[in-house]
Each structure stands twice: as structure tokens, then as C-alpha cells.
Write a new protein. Structure first.
Length: 196
DNA sequence: GAATAGATTGTCT
DNA sequence: GACAATCTATTCT
């Protein structure tokens, strides 16, 4: 399990979102234990023009400023009063683009994930949502802005999976931008958040 | 299986 | 003060 190079992230966000399917998200806890899962669902966010993105209209804030930096860093944020989400910052510095990780197939650290989620390791609901997978892997505020080329939070290589596209989830407020098929998922996987 | 309501707080206007 | 890139339990059918 080694981190992918920064060059993986420093490419157009739609390409990274598609090619992330099959790669493995890895989190190393302070005690050295490991949790990891195969990425089976992603979404691309491409501000400032994309009105679904937190970087829409160039609104740079303390929360989202990492998106304007170089590729290969983690954008971690909190929503709905209870859920953390994790993104991969992509593209060139100055482009506030990111890939949201929406679902994982659990691979390593199943006991820890099961305990944090209060569900069996075989439960398809373990990691099939952006909030669920962060809870399962223990991703939270301590992972904000981390370098994905570092030792704590990173993506490891894996065979690419075929991608099916659909509109993004939960961004109906974004008007015509919500209709763009910027969600990518592995249709055959039982671990995606929804079949279509 | 589908639809709905309620939870709950960091963040921004 | 309003809202949010969601989840869960509950209540139907």
C-alpha cells in the first residue's frame, strides 16, 4: 500500500474521478492500524463555474481554501450537523476542483469499520455513502488539508473499474449543473450508494 | 421497496 | 439566522 504520485491528481477533475474507480483509499490511525477500501463511486466538482461545488463563483473561505492549492491534498468538510466528507483536490494550482469519494468496498480493517459503524462488516450499508465511509474509516477534522502523498491518508493503486455515469446526488439546488453526469460508479459493485 | 421526517452543528451571510 | 455534496428510523404499501 503506497501513495499514488501527485501526478495522478494533477489532471482534469473528470478524468481523475473516473480513474479513481478501483483505486484504494487508505487511512492510517495514530496507533498504526490500517483501514482501506476500494473506491467504487465518485463525483467531480469543478468550480468556480460549477454551481454545485463549494468553490462556486470563486467563493474562497477558510473551509475550502485547500481546493485552490496544488493537487493531491484532502478537502475534508462537515455537513448536515453530523457527517464528514472527503475529497481529492485535483488539477492545477488555482483551479478549485475536487473529487468526492462516495462509496467504498471494505478491504482492510473490517473489525474497526464494523465497530465504528455499528454494523456487520458484510453489511452493504457499511461504506455506501460519503458520510458512512468517513465514519467507517475514522476520517474527520484531523484529516483536513492533509497531503495525499503523505503517510496518513492516501490513495493506493489498483486495477481500474468500468465506470457508469449519472447526475450527482444531493445537489438539486445547482440548477442545470445538477443534471451533468459527473457521478462515476462501478455498476456491478454491491457497495455503491444507489444502483443508478 | 419507497417515501418521509427529524437529527444536529460548522460555516457563511 | 439559514442552510447543508446525509443518514437513520419509521411508516406506509
Amino acid at each position: 500500500m503506497t501513495p499514488l504520485p501527485r501526478s495522478f491528481y494533477a489532471r482534469p477533475v473528470l478524468q481523475v474521478a473516473r480513474e479513481a474507480l478501483g483505486k484504494v483509499l487508505v487511512v492510517v490511525a495514530p496507533d498504526g492500524s490500517l483501514c482501506a477500501g476500494r473506491i467504487v463511486e465518485t463525483e467531480a466538482y469543478r468550480g468556480p463555474e460549477d454551481l454545485a461545488a463549494h468553490s462556486r463563483r470563486g467563493a474562497k473561505t477558510a473551509r475550502n481554501r485547500v481546493m485552490w492549492g496544488p493537487a493531491g491534498f484532502a478537502y475534508v468538510f462537515f455537513v448536515y450537523g453530523q457527517h464528514w466528507h472527503v475529497n481529492l483536490v485535483t488539477g492545477a494550482a488555482g483551479e478549485p476542483h475536487a473529487v468526492l469519494i462516495r462509496a467504498l468496498e471494505p478491504l482492510v480493517g473490517l473489525a474497526a469499520m464494523s465497530e465504528r459503524r455499528g454494523r456487520a462488516a458484510t453489511d452493504p450499508n457499511l461504506c455506501n455513502g460519503p458520510g458512512k465511509l468517513c465514519r467507517a474509516l475514522g476520517i474527520g477534522p484531523e484529516h483536513r488539508d492533509l497531503d495525499l502523498c503523505g503517510p496518513v491518508l492516501f490513495v493506493s493503486d489498483g486495477p481500474r473499474l468500468p465506470a457508469t455515469r449519472s447526475p450527482r446526488i444531493g445537489v438539486d439546488y445547482a440548477g442545470e449543473w445538477a443534471e451533468r453526469k459527473w457521478r462515476f460508479f462501478h455498476r456491478a459493485s454491491r457497495w455503491v450508494s444507489r444502483a443508478r
